[in-house]
Design a protein around this ligand. Structure first.
Ligand SMILES: *[C@@H]1O[C@H](CO)[C@@H](O)[C@H](O)[C@H]1NC(C)=O
Ligand SMILES: *[C@@H]1O[C@H](CO)[C@@H](O)[C@H](O)[C@H]1NC(C)=O
Ligand SMILES: *[C@@H]1O[C@H](CO)[C@@H](O)[C@H](O)[C@H]1NC(C)=O
Ligand SMILES: *[C@@H]1O[C@H](CO)[C@@H](O)[C@H](O)[C@H]1NC(C)=O
Ligand SMILES: *[C@@H]1O[C@H](CO)[C@@H](O)[C@H](O)[C@H]1NC(C)=O
Length: 448
């Protein structure tokens, strides 16, 4: 036991030293991209940020690209986890790409609705295609290198779609926690969060949350004195924080966090509105969630992703987290109708339910949702992840118990459960096959 701990400490220190060393050699760079890849007469260009390192590269080695998505790509966080290990194992030329409209990769001056029209999956994939062609054309050592992509969550979708649209440019990919099935109303998310709440927080906590939601916060009962009182005290919105925190704990499979939270929740007398008010006040004091309406801020800020993200929701993906299902404990506190109406409110009258629904149908038809019919992609999903149900069908993925969303991309550790280690090893083995060009093992040929 003790020995294990020492070993762990040593290992973490070693990783730290290596990572610190790598910080010096990975460079932040910029590549010119077209604003609109599909309009020949539109000559506008912009600079996309990426990171590059040849520290581990040996001639004949592959290119490994870590795809960043709806967040800021922070250089000092690079070279972490499995990406780092894969680059080292395969002597790869390493790249990380930033997603257009996020971080510092700004195709346009601001995010007016007019300017957001180039934020589409098609344009994002075209950025990646140009990126690979350009790197191969300008760096002779990697002109013939195999290309491997890895990504988590929405970035995993991009890896999958890239293999479908540009199979000649990618030899294999690892899609962790991909949410491939878009639905206008993603009510499974809260159903799954409720299951985690029950699993980690216990039945009493689940029941208490359900009781609060149904008696105190039912939107259909907004005329009730209780609701009016909570509104008056500005407390109703803090219930949203409670719901969001439960969701975050579920996504990260944070059992400790959930248990702590539940201790507070279950200590409240369910009949006593004042005590409930006090509980909500707790969330008021936790500055986890910022209630300023960032979806309405049209200027770019590397730290904010709310408006871009919401635009993708309203213009392509749907996947609106709602409390539409009866099989979740949050009552009617996050109704679909209200969420979807916000698209119109923020982006204009064009963004009706029918419009969004049409867009969701379009992307579903194009990429096949849970049946993407793609090969050379390794899919992994965390068992308790609220996104699991939007992922590829279970038969086509490795389901990993005991970890949260995308955690299989963390560095390998001696404390990992065997199922996690096995999935990571399988990814390494598949990638080796793809790099050697003889990916004839059965798995790599299965079309999922
Ligand atoms: C293509 O670009 C040109 C020049 O910027 C512009 O006038 C035209 O409206 C664009 N066409 C489409 C379909 O966006
Ligand atoms: C947004 O950017 C466009 C150029 O793309 C510019 O013409 C317009 O004035 C900007 N709008 C605001 C509100 O900053
Ligand atoms: C779990 O939740 C607690 C809050 O209760 C937080 O302090 C902690 O960082 C979380 N752990 C992880 C791994 O997210
Ligand atoms: C639970 O309540 C105590 C005070 O009553 C507070 O200090 C603590 O932060 C609360 N924990 C959570 C997870 O809200
Ligand atoms: C795959 O190719 C590599 C290198 O060409 C070779 O060493 C290896 O034996 C091959 N593996 C299989 C299973 O054919």
């Amino acid at each position: 036991m003790k020995l294990n701990l020492v070993y762990l400490l040593l290992l973490s220190q070693l990783t730290f030293i290596l990572a610190a060393f790598m910080d010096i050699v990975e460079k932040s760079m910029w590549i010119e991209q077209k604003v609109d890849h599909f309009n020949k007469s539109d000559k506008r260009t912009w600079q996309m940020q990426y990171l590059a390192s040849d520290t581990f590269f040996k001639p004949g080695g592959p290119i490994i690209i870590n795809i960043n998505a709806e967040w800021e790509m922070v250089p000092k966080n690079h070279f972490f986890g499995m990406y780092f290990e894969l680059v080292e194992i395969f002597n790869a030329y390493a790249f990380e790409t930033e997603h257009r409209y996020y971080g510092r990769s700004w195709p346009v001056q601001n995010m007016t609705v007019e300017n957001l029209q180039y934020l589409t999956t098609r344009q994002v994939l075209a950025d990646l295609a140009h990126f690979i062609r350009q790197q191969k054309a300008t760096i002779p050592e990697i002109a013939n290198s195999k290309v491997i992509m890895i990504g988590c969550s929405y970035a995993a979708n991009l890896v999958t779609y890239f293999r479908k649209d540009y199979p000649e440019l990618i030899d294999g990919g690892w899609a962790a926690g991909a949410g491939l099935a878009y639905r206008l109303d993603y009510s499974d998310g809260y159903v799954s969060a409720g299951k985690s709440l029950r699993k980690f927080g216990g039945d009493a906590c689940y029941d208490r949350v359900e009781h609060f939601s149904k008696t105190f916060l039912n939107h259909k009962r907004q005329k009730s004195d209780t609701y009016k009182m909570l509104k008056l005290l500005n407390l109703a919105e803090y219930f949203e924080d409670m719901r969001s925190i439960i969701l975050v704990h579920a996504q990260h499979r944070n059992a400790t966090g959930m248990q702590k939270l539940c201790k507070n929740i279950t200590s409240v007398d369910p009949k006593n509105i004042n005590e409930f008010g006090r509980l909500l006040k707790l969330f008021q004091s936790q500055t986890v969630i910022d209630h300023t309406d960032k979806v309405k801020m049209i200027n770019f800020n590397p730290k904010y992703a709310a408006r871009q993200n919401f635009y993708q929701t309203c213009s392509e993906f749907g996947d609106i987290f709602s409390t539409s299902s009866r099989h979740q404990p949050f009552g009617d506190t996050h109704p679909f109708g209200k969420q979807v109406a916000k698209c119109k409110e923020v982006f204009g009258p064009k963004f009706t339910i029918d419009y969004i629904s049409g867009k969701v149908d379009e992307i579903t038809a194009k990429y096949g949702a849970q049946h993407p019919n793609v090969d050379h992609i390794y899919f992994t999903k965390a068992e308790d992840d609220p996104w699991r149900w939007a992922g590829i069908t279970d038969e086509c993925a490795t389901i990993i118990p005991g970890i949260g969303h995308c955690k299989e991309l963390r560095a390998r550790a001696p404390t990992d459960w065997p199922t996690t280690s096995a999935a990571q090893q399988k990814a390494i083995d598949l990638i080796r096959d793809w790099i050697n060009g003889n990916g004839t093992t059965r798995e790599t040929l299965i079309k999922c």
